[in-house]
Design a protein around this ligand. Structure first.
Ligand SMILES: *Cc1c(COP(=O)(O)O)cnc(C)c1O
Length: 393
């Protein structure tokens, strides 16, 4: 049998045959969402302050292994502010994988810093520590305790590990590189709420981290994000900056710097509170789905189901297939066949340095990222796929 046909049938075996179209990832509402939203409307607390904002911040922090959380309008804004409070300035460079969603690079650009793209690892799909070390040895030097790009003269202020589709970056290996190349670590934990690296929650593995609650993420507030950190001073600064930098006063409008209106409305936070109450169930359902795919795809030689390495636990946000190198050329045919059959599937992102606005950004040799770009795809990953409907809450 044709391999695309074989794969299609195996996927159908997991997701069922009832639906004509199966999306990549749908939001799920099986808890108190309706109740808490109605409460916002009944009490009038729908906008930028309210008790759900405070409650949601505390829960997001706790579920990220951090003491503090500041919720904002979206994950991109969270990333920008996490970088600012971690000490990244306009004109600095920030190391990040070329294989990421565009928001990682955009958030950096929004604050006037420069994305500097590095290679990815086969075992995590995230930043490759060894390739990073080799690149830094080629282009950087340490001056007065700071890493500087010799080619551009700019300070390399931070590295942004992004936990791809929920799989944690190998932080021990990354931190081993940073012993010789001092810089801040800011996590792009947009996709990895609930994932752990050696028992530690993603979001708590650097100076600060950004989480996203966009509609396609593992839990959603419609749109939203959070900055999480264990550093109280950074959290206070993040809150201040994202709330127009207004000084507390009963009536006066006093602002002490150019802040942002990045606040998350209480309405969205209410949705988030209800969503986080279901995070454990959600993670269990994601694991169930992953295991079902693992069973169904066993023995298929043309593609491998990607899994997190030993020591890491992924939240299994998006189920990921890696084509065997000999079948990289079949990717587009496969995507066509799956999508035509109503099984929504997508390639991984186009590498950042191919996008017009990032073509001239500094970058490392990206051989592994280019290889992965050609071979990685996602298949339907909604938490309750193939499970009894409403087996939810
Ligand atoms: C979703 C996402 C973000 C930020 O998302 P928003 O849509 O702005 O909430 C940032 N980085 C990555 C890798 C993402 O997947």
């Amino acid at each position: 049998m044709d391999f695309a046909e074989d794969l299609k049938q195996r996927i159908r075996g997991v997701i069922g045959t009832e639906k004509d179209f199966v999306p990549l990832h749908v939001p799920e509402f099986h808890g108190r969402e309706r109740e808490l939203l109605i409460d916002c409307i009944d009490t009038g607390w729908v906008s930028s302050v309210g008790s759900y904002v405070d409650e949601f911040e505390a829960e997001v922090a706790r579920l990220s292994g951090c003491a503090y959380g500041v919720v904002v309008a979206n994950g991109t804004a969270a990333l920008q502010v996490a970088l600012i409070v971690a000490g990244v300035n306009a004109g600095d460079e920030v190391l990040m994988p070329a294989l990421t969603f565009v928001a990682t690079a955009n958030a950096t650009t929004h604050l006037g810093a420069v994305p500097h793209f590095v290679d990815s690892a086969y075992d995590t799909l995230g930043i490759c520590p060894e390739r990073l070390r080799a690149h830094l040895e080629g282009v950087a030097e340490v001056r007065d305790g700071q890493t500087v790009n010799r080619q551009t003269g700019r300070r390399i202020a931070a590295v942004l590990p992004m936990h791809v589709f929920g799989c944690p970056v190998d932080m021990d290996r990354l931190n081993a590189v940073l012993i010789d190349w001092p810089m801040e670590v800011v996590e792009d934990a947009a996709e990895s709420l609930g994932s752990t690296y050696k028992g530690q929650l993603c979001g708590s593995l650097g100076t600060a981290a950004a989480v996203s609650f966009n509609g396609n993420k593992i839990v959603t507030t419609g749109g939203g994000g959070a900055i999480v950190t264990n550093n109280e001073a950074l959290a206070k600064r993040a809150k201040h900056l994202t709330t127009t930098a207004k000084l507390p006063h009963k009536w006066a409008f006093l602002h002490d710097e150019v802040g942002y209106n990045y606040r998350m409305p209480n309405l969205n936070a209410a949705l988030g509170v209800a969503q986080l109450e279901q995070l454990d169930t959600r993670l269990a359902q994601k694991q169930r789905l992953f295991d079902a795919y693992a069973d169904a795809l066993r023995g298929l030689n043309e593609v491998q189901l990607f899994h997190a390495p030993e020591g890491s636990v992924s939240n299994n946000w998006l189920v990921t297939l890696v084509l065997d190198p000999a079948h990289a050329k079949d990717r587009d045919h496969l995507l066509q066949e799956l999508n035509d059959a109503g099984i929504m599937s997508r390639p991984i992102w186009t590498l950042m340095h191919r996008l017009p606005m990032y073509q001239s950004a500094p970058r490392a040799d990206l051989t592994q990222a280019e290889d992965l770009e050609a071979r990685v795809l996602n298949i339907p990953s909604s938490a309750y796929l193939g499970a009894r409907e409403g087996a939810a809450a």
